[in-house]
Design a protein around this ligand. Sequence first.
Ligand SMILES: *[C@@H]1O[C@H](CO)[C@@H](O)[C@H](O)[C@H]1NC(C)=O
Ligand SMILES: *[C@@H]1O[C@H](CO)[C@@H](O)[C@H](O)[C@H]1NC(C)=O
Ligand SMILES: *[C@@H]1O[C@H](CO)[C@@H](O)[C@H](O)[C@H]1NC(C)=O
Ligand SMILES: *[C@@H]1O[C@H](CO)[C@@H](O)[C@H](O)[C@H]1NC(C)=O
Length: 627
Amino acid sequence: QSGDMAGKIPKEELEDLREAFARVDLDSNGSISAFELHDLFKEANLPLPGFRVREIIQRLDRNNDNLISFDEFVSIFQELKNGEIAKSFRKAINRKEGILAIGGTSEQSSEGTQHSFSEEERFAFVNWINSALEKDPDCQHLLPMDPTTEALFGAMGDGVLLCKMVNLSVPDTIDERTINKKKLTPFTTQENLNLALNSASAIGCHVVNIGALDLKEGKPHLVLGLLWQIIKIGLFADIELSRNEALAALLRDGETLEDLMKLSPEELLLRWANFHLENAGWQKISNFSGDIKDSRAYFHLLNQISPKGTEEDQPRIDISMAGFSEKDDLKRAEIMLQQADLLGCRQFVTPTDVVSGNPKLNLAFVANLFNKYPALTKPEGEDIDWGLLEGETREERTFRNWMNSLGVNPHVNHLYGDLQDAMVILQLYEKIKVPVDWSNKVNRPPYPKIGTNMKKLENCNYAVDLGKSAKFSLVGIGGQDLNDGNATLTLALVWQLMRRYTLNVLEDLGDGQKANDDIIVRWVNSTLADAGKTSKINSFKDREISSSLAVVDLIDSIQPGSINYDLVKTSDLSDEDKLENAKYAVSMARKIGARVYALPEDLKEVKPKMVMTVFACLMGRGMKRAV
Ligand SMILES: *[C@@H]1O[C@H](CO)[C@@H](O)[C@H](O)[C@H]1NC(C)=O
Ligand SMILES: *[C@@H]1O[C@H](CO)[C@@H](O)[C@H](O)[C@H]1NC(C)=O
Ligand SMILES: *[C@@H]1O[C@H](CO)[C@@H](O)[C@H](O)[C@H]1NC(C)=O
Ligand SMILES: *[C@@H]1O[C@H](CO)[C@@H](O)[C@H](O)[C@H]1NC(C)=O
């Protein structure tokens, strides 16, 4: 149905690839790790430097999990098919596996094939969306979708559903008033899709490879990849110590809160499951894949977390363990899921997904269980230093979302802890066009058992050196400070990276012309004046910005008629009015195509750094119009 057949992989080849993948996937876990791909190139004596492999992985690992799924693997082939290295790469696979014979593409075989996608994921996400948005009046034209059809992909087209899902994962990301809902035209549809994509980016989704057109066409592998990121952000939102202090119950002997705070949501979930399994006297699991296939750990988990009727608002729910002794894996999984259904948690997995150990969907199943029935009690009166526990600041979160939206690897869950080996910072340097000497100057994970920290520190020192060569202001910042996770100093460097990134975008649009704060302020003033607006700004610290009127006017100057001034409060502004204006302004900026990471509160409180990024993004958008 899609017109573009170029670069598609014929069906027979796809089968071959499936087999090859199975063989490359040495540990048979359904995905190959970055490490395995490296290995494959290496063993075949390919002159492909590590960073190229890493680039390929980064570009293709759309869901940021460090793993290459079969879909992504197929796209590697598509990428390389006509490229320089295609031949040798195919040979490499042939040599190693001795099974892959990619023939030339005959006319007949290049017809009718497309990216493969996981029907299991489609099924799971559709059911999730159906129940999550069941009551939303704006989705009634789309819901419920049939999970066994292509309905999901068609439903992406007008952007409404996607906006709703983003807003569900991180509440209040999208201002209701900015979604176009009635009498949609190609133009207003495009606006909705811009809004959805730029908002997804702002909450930390890696959307670099996806455009509005892909969504309009409902490209299955891209839609599923994006939806998984959005859903995961929502599922993981509260699996974090500062948002859920009862997680401290998972502390082990000799551990501090700080140790626990370093864990990723995935690690915390595993620990949570094991905490309950231990209480049940059952053996621990080490993954949500092979170890849960027989459903027995799940039976115990459900039994441990089900409400016992000790709290008034939660009537007792009894989990039957009768299915435990069922001989057939699939039947046992079905009986287990019927018990999960009693808790309202039959989500994400089918019996087949349990038995096959689908890691992604089982992770989602468990995360949802945790969110509904954590069954943890915050430890009291013990020698826990709660003073250590500080929630993430808005600024930290924005920086983190920005990094993740650029697809850094690994995913950044904790701004300081996850930057201590500088690997992410080094990737950010590449994004701002500062060359990184990956082969000679960088120690890559996995680090040796002995001297780990020295390796990380060396990376940090290199990161500071690069900053100096990029003319950053790094007075008093040493590699040691990054390695220690010193907040103030890490933020100082990260901000300069984000600022440079923002300015680079402007410079690219302006044919290399230098950009700085002054130039942006002047552009804002003159664009406002040219459009006959009375607002203006003196600097990014201008208290007037607090009303967001300058931002709203600027948006209307860039795209005349886009602002509905009935929705904007203009005089006697209370704090609430200002926040409402700011919410409207941020969503409108995203809707007209500016990838704004800042939050409404940043405008209302006039946080100069974030204010700068808002105006710079809008200037970029304005310059695009001019071309
Ligand atoms: C899960 O962990 C078990 C050991 O507990 C291991 O045998 C199995 O290979 C792991 N599966 C995956 C997919 O990692
Ligand atoms: C987004 O979430 C907030 C908070 O839950 C809600 O008030 C608002 O109406 C939602 N916006 C959309 C577009 O659904
Ligand atoms: C971080 O570095 C600053 C500047 O050197 C210093 O004042 C501060 O105490 C450090 N913070 C921590 C937690 O060590
Ligand atoms: C922006 O406009 C204000 C008011 O006209 C003026 O005071 C300010 O100098 C202008 N700033 C720049 C950088 O042009």
